[in-house]
Design a protein around this ligand. Structure first.
Ligand code: FE
Length: 244
């Protein structure tokens, strides 16, 4: 990008700051210092609304009403609130100070993915609970193909849930068309880009300690007993033909 083009002319020609990313960094930083460019780099805040629990607080077998209240009303709702707070702060934060060591912008972007994934994973977690735990559907046939048997999948899923600090997930990966079990230590770590979560289990202590103390295995059994396979199958049918 040549500096012979004036800032005003350049902005007028490109129409949006995103195009500047293709240009030289010296020109970019210089342009971002202008009020005009800062205004164009500022996203509009979106306000997310917490979703209600899709079943009664006392509807699950082995996961208590009190745990569901703590988990949904405090933890999940907290992620949604913090995501909204971050969205708001991102509208005014100084982007010209962004750097990899420390910047307010950088920390907001790191916590943005933590809280966004906290919202998404918890909403899916409850969407696929409230069932009778009886595996059914084409997704189960696919699990048998991928893991050799349904029991093999369960054993691997349980091991992933025991190994993680935060989450274990069954996902569909449109890159290879396969189902995988993954472990993640926190909301924004352990995912594989492009993979679509089908069954996430939350194994942070807040999901089971009130009911089971340190007996995480007992909670994993309860989680599996409450799986709603019709919802899992519905989601699998939507994504099974996706190929990136
Ligand atoms: Fe949680």
């Amino acid at each position: 990008m040549s500096k012979t083009i004036s800032r005003r002319d350049f902005l007028a020609q490109t129409g949006k700051t995103g195009v500047l990313l293709a240009g030289g960094t010296a020109v970019l930083s210089e342009l971002l210092d202008t009020p005009e460019a800062k205004a164009q780099a500022t996203p509009k805040a979106f306000e997310y609304q917490p979703k209600p629990l899709p079943f009664a607080y006392n509807a699950l077998d082995g996961i208590s009403e009190q745990t569901n209240k703590y988990h949904h009303d405090t933890h999940y709702t907290g992620y949604v609130r913090k995501r909204n707070e971050i969205e708001q702060k991102l509208t005014t934060v100084d982007r010209t100070a962004a750097n990899a060591n420390f910047s307010e912008f950088g920390e907001l972007k790191r916590r943005e993915t933590f809280n966004a994934n906290g919202q998404i994973l918890h909403e899916l977690y409850w969407d696929i609970l409230g069932g009778d735990g009886k595996p059914a559907g084409e997704v189960v046939d696919k699990l048998k193909t991928e893991f050799g048997s349904y029991d093999n999948w369960v054993a691997d899923f349980k091991a992933c849930a025991k190994a993680a600090l935060g989450w274990a997930l069954l996902v569909y990966d449109p890159f290879d068309g396969r189902l995988h079990n993954y472990s993640g230590d926190t909301h924004n770590q352990g995912g594989v880009w492009g993979s679509i979560p089908l069954i996430p289990i939350d194994v942070f202590e807040h999901a089971y300690y009130h009911d089971n103390g340190p007996d995480r295995a007992k909670y994993i059994e309860a989680f599996l007993r409450n799986l709603k396979w019709s919802e899992i199958e519905k989601r699998y049918q939507k994504v099974k033909n996706l190929k990136w």
